[in-house]
Design a protein around this ligand. Structure first.
Ligand code: ADP
Length: 366
């Protein structure tokens, strides 16, 4: 590895010579400057790993030098030398980006220790940055692998199954058709799971926040309900809406909110009992809007309630072996609601039903 570069900026030549001697012996490449101006020029040219700056110098003062060094390279570690080691000047220097300070007079050992620690910090930061990049890359790879290599073939398989069972390739005997239908259902489950994974990796609070515009909540809820109506009918579930006359718009991202509502409402249908109902009500307040989704379903046992928003958590139940899912729906919903600075709460009684309440704050609408 190339040896670390240390830049010392001090208006006293003897100080520069002493530092150079101590640090060169440790194998560092030492650059020196007698003024802030010269120091900044060298920093620009040579990009040192560490800069040691005397706070008290004629010309540009040490504090300003610190700030300008950060502009040149934010990752450069800066250490200040203070002749008057007052707490205030040290605190001030830290606020302007200094990592540590060295009160005058100091011993060669103190200098060596502080430089070594500074370099260690720089190494750790560089490592952290490269891990962060690696994580982002893996995430992007994951999304593309899941989309292209899992999802696309699955969609194709499902289409082939459809084509066969529709009779387009010749008559299909009833028992075969039944098996094909089961294949299709399983493929749909797998597809739903893949879509949940994708949503999970795509939702990032920052990105959602950028897309927020004033939206009509009842409109978004109605769209979600409409899409789920066939599922409700299949399960003999009635969906009841209780909206106030007027709900002022709130700021949000309608696509992701629709998905959040849809996750909760589809659970309310899926985990319901035959001939049950789902009631969706809205309540407006000064702080924001409360949306509650109540069902008359199987309920959630108290011991499971703390975990239902966890990724991949599903209640295992012998009574309902047919209820499949990825265990991601609620955690995606929670992420979406939190990206809107909102909250989600749940109340449930086993065997009687469950109510999810979402709160979306009213924010300034320009
Ligand atoms: P899943 O894909 O399993 O539905 P979710 O994250 O949406 O995943 O839900 C997690 C678990 O919470 C479900 O497996 C189910 O056991 C429970 N659950 C969620 N909503 C309800 C509900 N309305 N009634 C009863 N149980 C529910």
């Amino acid at each position: 590895m190339a040896e670390a570069k240390v830049l010392v900026i001090d208006d006293e030549q003897t100080m520069l010579d002493a530092c150079k001697q101590v640090l060169s012996k440790r194998g560092y490449e030492v650059l020196t400057a007698l003024s802030g101006e010269e120091g900044l020029r060298i920093a620009k040219e040579s990009k040192p790993d560490i800069a040691i700056v005397d706070l008290k110098m004629p010309g540009i003062d040490g504090m300003e030098v610190l700030e300008r060094l950060s502009e040149i390279d934010p990752s450069m570690v800066k250490i200040v030398i203070t002749g008057y080691a007052t707490v205030e000047s040290a605190v001030d220097a830290m606020k302007r980006g200094a990592y540590d300070f060295l009160p005058k007079p100091f011993t060669p050992d103190e200098l060596r220790v502080i430089v070594r620690r500074g370099l260690e910090k720089r190494r750790l930061e560089a490592e952290r940055e490269s891990l962060r990049r690696e994580r982002d890359r893996l995430k992007a790879d994951f999304i593309s692998i899941v989309t292209h290599q899992l999802k696309s073939p699955l969609v194709a398989i499902r289409q082939y199954i459809e084509a066969i069972s529709s009779g387009a390739m010749g008559e299909v005997p009833a028992p075969v058709k039944e098996v094909l239908e089961r294949c299709s259902e399983r493929a749909d489950e797998l597809l739903k799971m893949i879509n949940d994974w994708l949503d999970m990796s795509r939702i990032e609070s920052g990105k959602l926040a950028e897309k927020m515009v004033p939206i009509n909540l009842t409109g978004v809820l109605d769209e979600a309900i409409e899409e789920l109506q066939p599922l409700a009918e299949e399960n003999a579930i009635e969906i009841i809406r209780m909206y106030p006359e007027r709900v002022p718009p709130i700021k949000g991202d309608s696509d992701s909110l629709k998905q959040a509502f849809s996750n909760i409402i589809s659970n309310a249908i899926k985990y319901n009992k035959p001939n049950g109902s789902v009631t969706i009500s809205l309540r407006d307040s000064d702080e924001g809007v409360f949306i509650s989704i109540s069902d008359t379903g199987i309920g959630i046992a108290e011991e499971n309630l703390p975990y239902i928003f966890d990724e991949f958590f599903r209640v295992r139940s012998k009574e309902h072996p047919k209820l499949t899912g990825s265990g991601l729906g609620l955690s995606i919903t929670k992420k979406i609601i939190e990206a809107h600075s909102g909250r989600i709460e749940v109340e449930s009684r086993l065997g009687e039903g469950t109510t999810f309440t979402l709160f979306l704050p009213r924010r300034e609408i320009e």
